[in-house]
Write a protein that binds this ligand. Structure first.
Ligand code: SF4
Length: 233
């Protein structure tokens, strides 16, 4: 079956998915969108208010900013797929709970397996920690290449972070150019930090408690936009 057909089937499944409590409060699930043969896959944490209303990812200010970054860097939208770790909006943009992330993780892994992007890009600290490990910090991990389970990851700041901290605009612009350069060539082994031995799959514990490491991020992220993902730094 063609990649696009498989992605469409996955999207149909996501749109009616009942696997976690976020199904009860969503307006629309947000499977993600972009090229079925994208070389870059951006992964935020979860849909925001506008995304929940429309079923489309990154359509608010953060998404527009990301589009501008890609355009300026000359990266085609055909080279990009955008999605989130959880496909349904957590109420009031709260941090997804560990069991919600666990329930939804198969969809993201299936999308990665179908698209086979050259790089998966965790956007922001929360996405980074969920995908690659709770001890990583976006300030140190940004723009570096990690490998886990055969997948190459290059974390970047969340675009919404630059909407809050103008100093990050130049950083993100520079990082996108680095990403573009890395797209155009083979990545050397000595550029890669291998995390294959690190277990990051969230434990399905304490369904009523956010993942501990995310609580602190949530505290400093009270002014996050309603249209973006949740933990920016
Ligand atoms: S967040 Fe994921 S697992 Fe939960 S209902 Fe939505 S699609 Fe299903």
């Amino acid at each position: 079956m063609e990649k696009l057909n498989i992605l469409n089937e996955l999207a149909d499944e996501i749109k009616t998915c009942p696997k976690c409590r976020l199904a009860e409060t969503r307006t629309h699930a947000v499977p993600g969108e972009g090229s079925a043969s994208a070389r870059i896959m951006f992964v935020g944490e979860g849909p925001g208010e506008n995304e929940d209303k429309t079923g489309r990812p990154f359509i608010g200010q953060a998404g527009k900013f990301l589009n501008g970054l890609l355009e300026k860097a000359g990266i085609s939208r055909d080279d990009v797929f955008i999605t989130n770790i959880v496909k349904c909006r957590p109420p009031a943009n709260r941090v997804p709970l560990a069991d919600e992330v666990e329930a939804c993780s198969d969809y993201l892994m299936a999308q990665i397996a179908v698209i086979e992007p050259k790089f998966v890009i965790p956007l922001g600290g929360s996405s980074l920690k969920t995908l690659l490990g709770p001890d990583l910090k976006i300030t140190q991990a940004r723009c570096k290449v990690f490998r886990k389970s055969g997948i190459l990851y290059i974390p970047l700041y969340h675009p919404a972070a630059a909407l809050h901290r103008s100093a990050l605009v130049e950083t993100l612009q520079a990082d996108i150019l680095v990403l573009k350069e890395m797209l155009s060539r083979d990545i050397r082994e000595d550029e890669i930090t291998d995390l294959s031995a690190v277990v990051t799959k969230p434990k399905a514990k304490a369904a009523s408690e956010p993942q501990d490491e995310k609580k602190d991020e949530k505290k400093k992220d009270d002014d996050k936009p309603a249209d973006g993902t949740l933990s920016l730094f």
